[in-house]
Ligand binder design. Structure first.
Ligand SMILES: Cc1ncc(COP(=O)(O)O)c(C=O)c1O
Length: 427
């Protein structure tokens, strides 16, 4: 399809499956003859002809809108039965535009203490300079959010599962608390990057806004950055779109086109990656040198009831975090000795990826906030790709064995000198 989309002819109906929407876009009203290319054309242009002075067509300039970006926005919105999304060059670009759209000097936001480090940096270091206050709380208890809301609170921002601790937040409960405690003055935004609309639907659960880094699972192939704001609040979307025009954060047409292409296989990928993650998490939990495994699908997961209620299809996403015996130094060796899983600052791709949150994604989060959130120096984030589960597990366990061999004798020696011979305890 080339040219612009007539948004009025698009009707999302719950009867259309998520896979069908990801592949064909939202259902159309009535019988509409389809023509043109099966795959949306890449409209790689900065600008559009104007027939007369003052008469622009649907598009005038690609900082404001572009047909390839439109195509992506329509499908992203349809996945949540929402209006067309607003797409950005990165996830943080989307967040920044949302925050500028909602917050002014003197306003206040309540945020989860374990969220993406870049979101924390935006509030702690940039928005604070502009007079926007923030309070970080453990949102797994809705009462913490209630207590933190003040008459100036305009936004509650949560991420669930939390990054990288995988702690969950009850979206429906937070939606109720936000409405009650703010008297309807605050919006609830949920960063849904880790599960996507396939496995979790924040808007259906009462949130006002879903936020995405499409760089991750949605594009899925590590080839282009992007972000999106999804909502049914048309006035808010208009303001976010206007903010994007003012600040220039729109996604490039080629990146939008790549994101649309990746999105077609999102349901298939995230389902399979989640199944593989389940197997790998269960394997890691059995390893005697692994101290902690965080994954909502594990039998002993403390919030198993919430995971079952909030996550769709009995699947819990593709991200695991874990800590090995020997703390930070052993963790470093695991990260550096994995051969299949790649050491990168990224998550949600078709390749399995390892990240060290403390030095990478969460380096700008103050140490005390990291500690409070359970982001320890030895925590490892593992983003499961599409390799076979056995080979991912074998790779990690091989790296763990190397770390154990290197660290444990040293630890025993140290404990012998310091503690007069206290034995190293493996678990
Ligand atoms: C959960 C989450 N939200 C938002 C972002 C920011 O997205 P981007 O890197 O596309 O700016 C990231 C990046 O890692 C993330 O993991």
């Amino acid at each position: 399809m080339s040219g612009s989309i007539d948004r009025s002819s698009l009707v999302s109906t719950p009867s259309s499956s998520l896979s069908a929407r990801a592949l064909h876009g939202p259902p159309r009203s009535g019988k509409v003859a389809r023509s043109g290319p099966l795959v949306g054309a890449l409209t790689q242009t900065t600008t559009f002809h104007q027939s007369h002075i003052g008469q622009t067509g649907v598009h005038s300039y690609s900082r404001v809108s572009n047909p390839s970006v439109d195509e992506l926005e329509v499908v992203l919105g349809a996945l949540e039965d929402a209006a067309p999304a607003v797409a950005f060059g990165t996830g943080l670009g989307a967040e920044a535009a949302l925050f500028f759209a909602l917050l002014r000097a003197g306003d206040h936001a309540v945020l989860g203490e374990a969220i993406y480090g870049g979101t924390t940096r935006l509030f702690r270091q940039l928005l604070s300079e502009l007079g926007i206050a923030s309070t970080f709380v453990d949102t797994s208890d809705p009462e913490n959010v209630r207590k933190a809301i003040t008459p100036r609170t305009k936004l509650v921002f949560i991420e669930t599962p939390a990054n990288p601790t995988l702690k969950l937040t009850d979206i429906a409960a937070i939606a109720r608390v936000t409405k009650e405690a703010s008297g309807g003055n605050a919006k609830l935004a949920v960063d849904n990057t880790f599960l996507t609309a396939v496995l979790q639907r924040p808007i259906e659960l009462g949130a006002d806004i879903s936020v995405y880094s499409t760089t991750k699972l949605i594009e899925g192939h590590s080839t282009s950055c992007g972000g999106a704001i999804v909502s049914n609040d048309l006035a808010l979307l208009d303001r976010v779109r206007w903010m994007r025009k003012c600040t220039g954060g729109i996604q490039a047409p080629f990146n939008a086109w790549l994101t649309s292409r990746g999105l077609k296989t999102l349901p298939l990928r995230i389902r399979e990656q989640s199944r593989i993650a389940q197997v790998v998490a269960e394997g890691l939990a059995k390893n005697p040198f692994v101290q902690v495994v965080n994954f909502p699908g594990l039998a002993g997961f403390p919030q198993a009831e919430l995971a079952a209620r909030q996550h769709l299809e009995g699947l819990h996403g593709s991200v695991i975090s874990f800590e090995v015996v020997g703390g930070a130094s052993a963790g470093k060796l695991v990260l550096e000795n994995a051969q299949l899983c790649a050491l990168v600052e990224h998550v949600g791709s078709v390749e399995s990826l390892l990240t060290h949150p403390v030095t990478m994604t969460h380096a700008d989060v103050p140490a005390e906030q990291r500690r409070a959130a359970g982001i320890t120096d030895g925590l490892i984030r593992l983003s499961i790709g599409l390799e076979e589960p056995e080979e991912i597990l074998a790779d990690i366990e091989h790296a763990i064995a190397i770390a154990h061999e290197a660290i444990v004798p040293a630890a025993v020696a140290a404990s012998t000198t310091i503690n007069g011979g206290a034995a190293w305890v493996a678990r």
